[in-house]
Design a protein around this ligand. Sequence first.
Ligand code: ADP
Length: 154
Amino acid sequence: MDKIAVFPGSFDPITKGHESVIKRALPLFDKLYIAIGINADKKDFFPIEKRMEWINQVFKDYSTVEVIKYEGLTVDLCKKIKAKYILRGLRTSADFEFERSIGQINKKLFSDIETVFILTAPEHTSLNSSIVRDILKHGGDANQFVPEGIDLSA
Ligand code: ADP
């Protein structure tokens, strides 16, 4: 049976940290959905279509990667697309505490699901999308923090 995984997040925007986690997870799964959550309570920085376009561009040569958007519970998406694995990245102990509770609750909601964690590469530990957004809000150049080929100002 195919091993199908979902990597859920906001990816607002995708960073080199996300890219590294995704590339390192690819050998583990037959199919990896990068799933952008639509959250009505959270204000987007970049439009969802732009975020999808960038991720598609980064992974255009990777046939097992597909970018999708979704609303609602991640476990409901997993049931719908027959994914048994949720992929998450771990940077710090704070990430671990946050992920532990979500992972354990997701397991209660859908007993077939397993959350798989990939440790961040040391050079990406302090990187997150919100820092990238802050740099941009203050007129800085954040292109070094996002995958090669993405131009945040375009
Ligand atoms: P969320 O909106 O849930 O915070 P993000 O888009 O920021 O989602 O992140 C999605 C996933 O990517 C999370 O598992 C997060 O831990 C992981 N991630 C984000 N930045 C990094 C990084 N620099 N290194 C490793 N994993 C990361």
